[in-house]
Ligand binder design. Structure first.
Ligand code: OGA
Ligand code: NI
Length: 333
């Protein structure tokens, strides 16, 4: 059988990498990253009692960058540490134990252990393996995709999901107020308490040619928002005004991405961020994004209060499942 998992390819690639991982010069990180810049993704203190100030900072970051980091966010550091510990332990299991959670080739669902998300232009491959499973709401969870080993995997993931609600609610409230809407209206437009949290673990093995490969090529997330925790290996990059910037690793911060659905509901005021991930020569990088998504059958479009004759809708309204189908199959929205 063809070796498919990047984790195994990395075991025998000590100096070079297979040709299909080598990016074109338009994408190679060594050629396309702004070096030594002072520009940085904003860092926002969510515990600041001055809510108007927090709203202003989030509006500013969401309109100009589509990405920001939050500190003092209320999720206990120990909860995040335990989430990371069990995710890392899963990927360090022998291959056959991980393969028990593999996505079946014909499956429509995104959940499970896997390597390739979608075919890329020119058949290029990304230097990453992943595991996807939903963590909220309980009615949406498919435990067959949750590792049984390590044994505390389930408890630690459930605890993280439970603590996420506070941050998610606060972010949607600020995004909503920043558009002149009532505090709850943005969240309601995304399905309210029926929003789905989809966890992904990205496992980027060490790579002998981080100058030529990418862990994740440039994309915007389909979600409403994405809340990501990385391990301590820097690698995430954000695109601003056509330039790529490294996103600094800040211990205990959460990285928030504005996704396509928030851009749509805001009728373009907030921008879903174009981002990508680099890999590292000496270290394995791991990240845990949670895609906070509308329920699949919910129709999402520009908020009615934000459109009028002077501001016509910039996006079509459609079911979230339909949006994802078009994006994954690269057909027009
Ligand atoms: C993703 C992603 C970035 C990272 O998985 O959608 O953008 O830092 N990951 O791993
Ligand atoms: Ni992403």
């Amino acid at each position: 059988m063809e070796v498919e998992r990047v984790q195994e390819i990395a075991n025998f690639s000590k100096e070079t990498i297979p040709e299909e991982f080598i990016r074109t010069t338009y994408e190679q990180p060594a050629l396309t990253t702004v070096q030594g810049t002072v520009l940085e993704v904003p860092v926002i203190d969510l515990s600041d009692p001055d809510e108007e100030k927090v709203v202003r900072a989030i509006v500013d970051a969401s309109s100009n960058w589509g990405m920001f980091q939050v500190v003092n966010h209320g999720i206990p550091h120990e909860t995040v540490r335990k989430l990371k510990e069990v995710g890392k332990a899963f990927f360090e299991l022998p291959p056959h134990e991980k393969e028990a959670y593999a996505k079946s080739p014909g499956s429509q669902s995104i959940e499970g252990y896997g390597t390739k998300l979608q075919r890329e232009v020119e058949g290029k491959k990304a230097w990453v393996d992943h595991l996807f499973h939903k963590i909220w709401p309980p009615s949406e969870i498919n435990y067959q995709f949750w590792p049984k080993n390590p044994p505390s995997y389930r408890k630690n993931n459930e605890e993280y999901a439970k603590h996420m609600h506070g941050v998610v609610d606060k972010l949607f409230r600020c995004l909503s107020l920043g558009l002149g809407l009532e505090g709850n209206e943005m969240k309601e437009a995304m399905g309210g308490d029926n929003m789905v949290y989809l966890l992904k673990i990205n496992y980027y093995p060490q790579c002998p040619r981080p100058d030529l490969a990418l862990g994740v090529p440039a994309h915007t997330d389909m979600s409403a928002i994405t809340i990501l925790v990385p391990n301590d290996v820097q690698g995430l990059q954000a695109c601003k005004d056509d330039h790529w910037y490294d996103v600094e690793y800040i211990p205990n911060a959460l990285i928030v991405h504005i996704g396509d659905q928030v851009e749509i509901v805001s009728n373009g005021k907030y921008k879903s961020v174009l981002h990508r991930a680099k890999v590292n020569k000496e270290k394995t990088r791991i990240s845990w994004p949670v895609f906070v998504e509308p329920p699949s059958d919910l129709e999402v479009g520009p908020h009615p209060k934000l459109v009028n004759e002077a501001n016509p809708p910039k996006f079509k309204s459609k079911k979230y499942s339909q949006y994802c189908f078009c994006k994954l199959n690269k057909t027009p929205q």
